[in-house]
Design a protein around this ligand. Structure first.
Ligand code: ATP
Length: 462
C-alpha cells in the first residue's frame, strides 16, 4: 500500500482536498474539498443513502439543525462526559491524548515530563443571539445522532412506522479534538452518516449482529473495498462509551495500522430515556398488537465520510508498469526526408480504480488534435450530449498520453478519443467512429459516434 504522503500529494495536485484557509497557513483539523473531492464525497453519500434509506422499507431519512437547544447535550451526557484524557508536556507544552501514547516519554521532545492526564471536553461552544453570556451558550453538535433521538416521536407519528424501523441522517459534526492528524482521518469538522435503528427491548442483540453484517457488506459490495483490508472488532467492555451495551468497530488497514472507520453501537434506551426525563415529554412507543407502551432500544451504525473517503482512495490507488509507445526524435530517412519513429518503453501508470458509482468523472472526451476544427467540434458536441447523462468533461490541454495519465489518476473509468478518422470526412480512413478506452484494462474499442452515449451508459451500469 502507498504511504500517506503520496495520497496527500495526489489529493492536492488533482483538486480533491485542500488545506482550509491555506493562504493563511491553514488551520489544524479543517479541510476543503475541491472540484473532484466534492463529487467523490457526494457519491459516497449517495451510495450510503440509497443502501440504507431508499432501498429499504424500514428506514426513513431526516435532516436536523447543527445547533440545538443546549439541554439536548446536557441530557445526552455530552456536556459532562464528552471528553478525552489530555496530557501536557512540562518541557515543550505539546498536548496529547493520554490513551494514544505509546510510552511515558513525550512524543514531541522525548523528555519524561508528561503531566497527569485531565479530562478535556471536546464540545465546540458558541453563543446564540446578540448577548454573549452563559444563558446564550450553545454547542456545535459533536454527532448527528441526537437530532434523530429528539425527533423520534415526530418521525414515528408522521410516518406511522412500526418498530423495528430506523432513521438516517447525513450532516456536519464538530469535535474539538486534542490532536488531529493522519490527513483527514481525525478532523475537528467532519461529516457523519448515522442511523438510529429502533427495536423492541430484547431484540437488540439480533439486530446488532444484523447491522454489523449489513454494514460490512456495504463496504465490500457498494464501495468495492477489498475484503482483506477490512475487519470487524468487538470492543472490550472497558473501552465502551458511557451509553453502549456493546460496540462493533469496522476497521480498515491504513498505512498507520488498523483503524476505526465505522462504529456499530448497541445504545439500549439510554438516549430516549434521558431525553424523556429531561424534557418531561414521553418518547414511548405504543405497540398496537401487544397494547404496550415502552421505550425502544437502539442500534446505531455511525461513520464519518472523511474516513470513508480515505479508505476509498487508498483501496483504489494502483501503480503499474505499462508499455507505452513514444515518438522518437526526427531523423533522416534513406531518401533524405525527416521522419518520426516509434519506440516502446516502460513507464509507471497511476490509476485510481474507483468503482463506477464513486468515480467523480465518468467519461473524459479528448480530441487527438486541438488544431483541427472538425475534431474539436465533434469532441465538444459529444461532451455536451453526455453531460446531462453523466459527469463528463472535455480536455484538450495536453498530449493524449498525458491526458490519459491525468484521467487514470483521478479515476475516470472511460476516455473517449476523437481523431481524424472520427471527424474528417475527407480523411481516407474516415469511419465516423471514436475510441473508448477502459481505465482498468486499457483496452480500446471503436464505437460509432451516435452509439457512444448508449455504450457508455451500459458500461457504467455494469
Ligand atoms: P475515535 O475513537 O477514532 O476518536 P470515536 O469512537 O470517538 O472515534 P464515534 O463517536 O464512534 O468515534 O464516531 C463515529 C464515526 O465518526 C467514527 O467511526 C468515525 O468514522 C467518525 N469520526 C469520529 N470522530 C471523527 C473525527 N474527529 N474526524 C473524522 N471522523 C470522525
Amino acid at each position: 500500500m502507498i504511504d500517506m504522503d503520496t495520497l496527500v500529494s495526489l489529493c492536492k495536485r488533482r483538486g480533491f482536498i485542500f488545506q482550509s484557509s491555506e493562504i493563511y497557513g491553514g488551520i489544524g483539523g479543517f479541510w476543503d474539498y475541491g472540484p473532484l473531492g466534492v463529487e467523490l464525497k457526494n457519491n459516497i453519500k449517495r451510495a450510503w443513502w440509497k443502501a440504507v434509506v431508499q432501498d429499504r422499507e424500514d428506514m426513513v431519512g431526516i435532516d436536523t439543525a447543527i445547533i440545538m437547544n443546549p439541554n439536548v447535550w446536557r441530557a445526552s451526557g455530552h456536556v459532562a462526559e464528552f471528553s478525552d484524557p489530555l496530557v501536557e508536556c512540562k518541557t515543550c507544552h505539546f498536548r496529547f491524548r493520554a490513551d494514544m501514547l505509546k510510552s511515558e516519554n513525550c512524543p514531541n521532545c522525548g523528555n519524561k515530563t508528561l503531566m497527569e492526564p485531565r479530562q478535556f471536553n471536546m464540545l465546540f461552544r458558541t453563543f446564540v443571539g446578540s448577548v454573549e453570556d452563559d444563558a446564550a451558550v450553545a454547542y456545535l453538535r459533536p454527532e448527528t445522532a441526537q437530532g434523530i433521538f429528539v425527533n423520534f416521536k415526530n418521525v414515528q407519528d408522521t410516518t406511522r412506522k412500526k418498530i423495528p424501523f430506523g432513521i438516517a441522517q447525513i450532516g456536519r459534526a464538530f469535535r474539538n479534538e486534542i490532536v488531529t492528524g493522519n490527513f483527514i482521518f481525525r478532523d475537528r469538522e467532519f461529516d457523519q452518516m448515522e442511523i438510529e435503528y429502533f427495536v423492541k427491548p430484547g431484540a437488540e442483540d439480533e439486530w446488532h449482529a444484523r447491522w454489523r453484517d449489513d454494514r460490512m457488506n456495504w463496504w465490500k459490495n457498494a464501495l468495492g473495498i477489498r475484503a482483506e483490508n477490512l475487519r470487524v472488532r468487538a470492543l472490550d467492555k472497558k473501552d465502551l462509551a458511557h451509553y453502549s451495551k456493546g460496540t462493533f468497530e469496522i476497521e480498515y488497514q491504513f498505512p498507520m495500522g488498523w483503524s476505526e472507520v465505522e462504529g456499530i453501537a448497541s445504545r439500549t434506551d439510554y438516549d430516549l430515556k434521558r431525553h424523556s426525563e429531561a424534557s418531561g415529554k414521553s418518547l414511548e412507543y405504543f405497540d398496537d398488537e401487544t397494547k404496550e407502551h415502552f421505550l425502544p432500544y437502539v442500534i446505531e451504525p455511525s461513520m464519518g465520510i472523511e474516513r470513508c473517503f480515505l479508505v476509498v482512495l487508498f483501496d483504489a490507488y494502483q501503480e503499474e508498469q505499462v508499455r507505452a509507445s513514444a515518438r522518437t526524435p526526427l531523423s533522416k530517412s534513406d531518401s533524405g526526408e525527416n521522419v518520426e519513429g516509434e519506440r516502446a518503453r516502460e513507464e509507471k501508470r497511476v490509476a485510481l480504480k474507483l468503482s463506477h458509482a464513486l468515480a467523480p468523472i465518468k467519461a473524459a472526451i479528448l480530441p487527438l488534435a486541438r488544431n483541427r476544427a472538425e475534431i474539436v467540434e465533434l469532441a465538444r458536441k459529444l461532451t455536451a450530449d453526455l453531460k446531462p447523462m453523466m459527469p463528463a468533461l472535455y480536455d484538450d490541454s495536453a498530449s493524449i498520453g498525458r491526458l490519459y495519465r491525468r484521467q487514470d489518476e483521478i479515476g475516470t473509468p472511460f476516455c473517449v478519443t476523437v481523431d481524424h478518422q472520427s471527424a474528417i470526412a475527407s480523411d481516407e480512413k474516415y469511419d465516423g467512429k471514436v475510441t473508448i478506452r477502459d481505465r482498468d484494462s486499457m483496452e480500446q474499442v471503436r464505437v460509432s459516434v451516435d452509439q457512444v452515449k448508449q455504450v457508455l451508459i451500459e458500461k457504467l451500469g455494469a
